[in-house]
Write a protein that binds this ligand. Sequence first.
Ligand SMILES: [Cu+2]
Length: 320
Amino acid sequence: MSLAPLGYLDAAGQRARSVLPLTWFTLIVATVVCIVIAVLLWMAIRRARANGGQAETRSIPVERGGNGIRWISVGLLVSAVPLLVTLVWTMVALASVSGPPAHPGLTLDVTAHQWWWEVRYDAAEPSETFATANEIHVPVDVPVLVRLHGGDVIHSFWVPKLSGKTDAIPGQTNLSWMQAEQPGRYRGQCAEFCGWQHANMSFEVVAESKADFARWRAAQLQPAPEPITPAQERGQSLVQYRCGLCHQVRGTSAGAVSAPDLTHLMSRRTIAAGRLLNNPGNLIGWIQDPQGIKPGTQMPDQYLSARQLADVQAYLVLLR
Ligand SMILES: [Cu+2]
């Protein structure tokens, strides 16, 4: 499965960019400390070896003006200064990323579920709102406010290249935000252990030009395409009565919202929160055996006949 890389050592958005220098600073300091300690340890071991394997049992008195006290002072200073710098720097970085944008160009409601992400696009008009899953489209250079909700247990929303971590907690709305600088796909991941399939709870942020975003949004607002062939018609009625108690397909009687919205399923690159690439073959595999692919997932195995599976597939691939 090839998701966009989950890199946190470079940034593609304003919010991540203000944390990046601090990340590098602490990484370099920690690496230097590790190397210095390793070298000192190695020197001590060599010295003991040179002594015929016997540790030196000479005691050095720690007294004022003596050599011992001077080393302790130097050691304290060497560790206190970087710690102090890190503390102040952390406060400054926190202050610059904590405030959500005062005038967001787009507001999203993201609900974290075991183990997938529900994404709602708000608008003043109810007919202009829609939901999708595990793939968040945003326009570049626009501050995007993300209201985070917890569907069941505590999860954490993390898009390292664009935005820091913010927890999604049941019964509480936390705010996060991002502002992408360049078009691209950025990997996101649940960053708070939330159960068996925590590792398979990924998503992608797709940053695109304002025109591309407007086109995508207009397409998402459309109801599902109508079935054309008899197989697609059989598939649609099957989806309505077999899948519609969890899934929604707007424009049909499948209207439940406890699972990913399937209205424009085929517009997404992956399924099952990044677990599989979205293609007709993987779709069949998933529908037949979600428990084998993502053990413990909230979608039960469907036990469809080969004919039913083919019909469902014929209908689903229509949902662009
Ligand atoms: Cu999670």
